[in-house]
Design a protein around this ligand. Sequence first.
Ligand SMILES: Nc1ncnc2c1ncn2[C@@H]1O[C@H](COP(=O)(O)OP(=O)(O)OP(=O)(O)O)[C@@H](O)[C@H]1O
Ligand SMILES: [Mg+2]
Length: 332
Amino acid sequence: MRVAIDVGYGYCKAVGGGVSAGDSSGRRVIIPSTVGPARKARGLAVAFGDGRHRDGHDVTITVGGEDHAYMIGAAAGRRSWATEAAERSGYLPLALTAAALVGADGDTELLLGLPLAMWLRPEQRRALRGELRGVEARVAIDGRRERTITVSGVQVLPQGAGAFALALQTDPSLGERPVGLIDVGYRTTDYVAMRRVSGAVAPDESACGSIDLGAGRVFEAVRQALSDRSGVMLPEGAIEDAIANYGGRLAIRGQDYDAAALVDAEAAALATAVEEQMRRLWMDRLDLMGAVLLAGGGGDLLHRHLRHLHPRTRIVRDPIYANAAGYLAMAG
Ligand SMILES: Nc1ncnc2c1ncn2[C@@H]1O[C@H](COP(=O)(O)OP(=O)(O)OP(=O)(O)O)[C@@H](O)[C@H]1O
Ligand SMILES: [Mg+2]
């Protein structure tokens, strides 16, 4: 089976390959990119009648006869900010867990993404491939049946390129003009400019790269602001939790606060920063692009604020999964 995994700094997205090459209709999962030591005595969610809405997975991975137990997901705590992809602690358990959750069992070909700036360094691609290729692991999740995943092949692809490949497959007319794609993630923003050379759509390499801006800073800024205002240091993830589960409302020491408006203001500020950088980086190209596509979870968050970047700025379908699904399209 082929599995495409976009291991972002914020979230790990996986899409299982369907029956035919390039098919991305398989199962999808998204898990926060957090890996921590195992925690025992779980299963309380099941006792409350809901085994599906757990905040993390108990995962045991057996490699070379050695068991490693992890807690993976929001319950695991903090995110890893290592910049060398292969050295990010938890990369392997995250990728294997995501692969197992979309149904990988037996021989598995992994399609993995790297931030574009990192992908452009061959040693980064090699290190990641080297860490995963040939791995044979038994993976057990939440006490369910173990499966053995054998990584029979690894392809490392640049972030942003997957989302573009998928958009082009859906709408081939995108290839009729130069086009830009901006993938706003949790920590990085990857940008790709594509143009036609001798009939083929190809990246305009001097106009592709990564910038150090992402949706994570929106939540961080709001967390700081509300911590200052309330005098209570809010934990990481508190704002995302309020937005995702409580309509943006949160109570701090009995006082109600609304994070939604603050998030919107910070999203506008981030959009301005992204827009400034992109105008500079695409200085003589932007006006000649037929469209600018936005992808990534951050693209979703910012797209209303990025409308003025280009008259044809639009968000791709399924922006969060676009890279992973697109890797399957590229490999097919
Ligand atoms: N349903 C959702 N689940 C998770 N995040 C979401 C969702 N909808 C929007 N988001 C936003 O998407 C952001 C994460 O985007 P994305 O998954 O593209 O980042 P990433 O790929 O993990 O990061 P990077 O590309 O920097 O490594 C979150 O900060 C959040 O604001
Ligand atoms: Mg990403």
